[in-house]
Design a protein around this ligand. Structure first.
Ligand code: ARG
Length: 581
């Protein structure tokens, strides 16, 4: 139980001693710290239950509170609001407990098993800005969930089953018609055949093929046929498909690595298709598949629907599998192999209809236990200054690698620390760039669209990743300079230290809000608040040269706690702190 929870429990018991029972304490942080740090609003509610004047209830609670050394400055305002502050001794005690163990102020959740689906990169296509948000939010949610006691794992769920790959193979076939992959009579081992294609080639081939398909019906038709061929594991076509997946996957992994994003499961849609027959059988047994003009669909609309709810396309009339079905089959696979308590899909909010259909179809076909929670954790778009989804200068979709480079160029310029050698600079500038990008992406509530401004978010001042990194590194170096082995808080001097302590005490509230809303904005804001408070304290005091030894040690310990919380939360956001910058 967190220290904050303990405190609430303690107050509840005090209220009980005064003769009243409350279920949930109505305690809030006060915005008039001069009147009291917290405000208790319970007397008004209790007045209704106990048919008593709220002011007299407040008086009785106040009398009990005054007996407890944890509280001071207790006063009653208005109809019965009780203002309270925490005593210095109690704050010192809280800080020492947090110094011993940060987890003493974190509430643990039930160890639920969660699969988080937050990859979705498409094989043979460059990752773009949209994939960035899935990766950033998903990775952070996974880290946060695990920090709070869940058992969460990430699934990259690569997009490798659709027509884009058919188009790419069609184009390669036109470029190299003599490749054995396209020769039915080839007797050798396809594994030994050289494929003269790199990932950079793939990224060029797909846009080219997709333009050709729009202009040329026969080209498109052949791409469709090829799609069906590799989906049906036809020799040669299936082999080249597998090779392309390998080439592309390696590059996708590199980009995710750079973003500090790691997946425990690297399945692609095509791997999930192993379960297709079983899925179809289950659907047939329950009679949920309906024939519709040669296709098979699942009706998912209900009478309560206010908006149109189209059916889920299970099998297209030409026998190919839709995106809907790849997600449906994946639910079956996850249920069978891992039995998760929950599955979270961190995917663009514009796909919400798709997930609604898939979730409904999975209930209808009973491929998932009723108790399994399926949730689409949607997000808004990252926009450019024009308020439209972030684009390249000529209006094209911005590749993720290009976006990272754009920020990198900016952060590179800003690294002026003389102790950093030219050789060290690129790596550090890259880490700072990723931090800038990630923090900017996690700062708004996830469903809100936001405008990404390269210069603003790379700045060393303001609500930015680089500001947090810079400040945290400075705390670390201060701690390095002070060589006390045993850290301890014994006294406090100014009101700012108290404010820092109260902010630290509030940590569990922030973590709970974040996990409940599955949004990292609370944590991002909190990091900024805590860091700015600390920096103000740092500017006001000369910590290292302080002559009062007890005070000096207390300040260093306070620095240590703030630093630990920063490191913990930055890590939860998936942000790496460089050694220097
Ligand atoms: N590959 C898809 C895309 O790029 C995203 C996949 C999202 N995840 C999922 N389980 N459907 O749009």
């Amino acid at each position: 139980m967190s220290i904050l929870k303990e405190l609430e429990l303690e107050i509840k018991n005090i209220v009980k001693k005064a003769g009243y029972e409350v279920d949930i304490l109505a305690m809030e942080e006060s915005n008039r710290k001069d009147l009291g740090e917290y405000q208790l609003n319970d007397a008004m509610q209790l007045a209704k239950t106990y048919h008593e004047n709220p002011r007299s209830i407040a008086e009785k609670i106040k009398t009990e509170l005054e007996k407890n050394p944890h509280f001071e400055n207790i006063n009653i305002a208005g109809p019965g609001f009780i203002n309270i502050s925490l005593s210095d001794e109690y704050i010192v005690e809280i800080l020492n407990r947090m110094n011993q163990d940060i987890f003493s102020n974190i509430d643990k959740k039930e160890p639920k098993k969660v699969i988080i689906d937050y990859g979705g990169a498409n094989v043979a296509k460059a990752l773009h800005v949209g994939h960035l948000r899935s990766a950033n939010i998903g990775e952070a949610l996974k880290r946060l969930a695990n920090l709070l006691g869940y058992k969460a794992i990430g699934d990259a769920h690569l997009g490798d089953y659709g027509r884009p790959l058919g188009l790419v193979i069609k184009e390669i076939k036109d470029m190299y018609p003599d490749l054995p992959f396209f020769n039915d009579n080839y007797q050798g081992d396809y594994k030994e055949v050289e494929l003269p294609i790199t990932n950079a080639d793939l990224e060029r081939i797909y846009p080219l093929a997709s333009i050709k398909a729009k202009e040329d019906e026969t080209y498109l038709e052949e791409a469709r046929e090829i799609t069906l061929k590799f989906q049906q594991k036809e020799r040669g076509y299936y082999d080249i498909f597998k090779r392309i997946v390998e080439i592309s996957k390696e590059d996708i992994k590199k980009t995710y690595d750079e973003l500090n994003v790691y997946f425990e499961i690297w399945n692609g849609e095509s791997d999930e298709m192993e379960y297709f027959e079983e899925l179809q059988k289950k659907c047939e047994e329950l009679n949920v598949l309906v024939d519709s003009e040669g296709a098979k669909i699942i009706e998912v609309a209900t009478e309560e629907d206010k908006a149109p709810m189209p059916p889920l396309m299970f099998l297209k009339s030409n026998g190919s599998i839709s995106y809907d079905t790849t997600d449906l089959v994946t639910i079956l696979e996850r249920e069978k192999t891992r039995k998760p308590d929950e599955i979270w899909y961190v995917v663009d909010d514009r796909q919400s209809l798709h997930f609604d259909q898939v979730f409904r179809a999975s209930r209808k076909s009973k491929i998932v236990r009723d108790s399994t929670i399926l949730e689409h954790v949607g997000f808004g778009t990252m926009n450019g200054k024009d308020g439209k989804p972030f684009k390249t200068r000529d209006g094209g979709v911005m590749k993720l690698k290009d976006l990272i480079n754009l920020v990198y160029e900016e952060t590179y310029k800003k690294i002026t620390n003389e102790s950093i050698t030219e050789a060290e600079k690129p790596k550090i500038a890259k880490q700072v760039a990723i931090a800038a990008l990630k923090y900017a992406d996690l700062l708004p509530y996830r469903l809100t669209d936001y405008i990404f401004e390269v210069e603003k978010f790379s700045d060393l001042e303001g609500k930015t990743g680089p500001y947090l990194l810079y400040s945290t590194i400075r705390m670390k170096s201060l701690l390095k300079k002070s060589n006390e082995t045993e850290r301890k808080v014994s006294k406090l001097k100014g009101s700012i230290e108290k404010e820092i302590a109260l902010t630290l005490l509030n940590l569990p509230v922030i973590l709970n809000k974040s996990i409940d809303t599955k949004s990292l904005n609370e944590i991002a804001e909190y990091l900024y608040k805590l860091t700015s408070l600390y920096n103000k304290f740092y500017a006001d005091n000369k910590i290292i040269t302080e002559e009062d030894e007890e005070l000096k040690l207390s300040w260093i310990t306070l620095t240590d706690i703030v630093c630990k919380v920063n490191l913990l939360l930055l890590d939860a956001l998936g942000i790496v702190v460089p050694d220097k910058m």
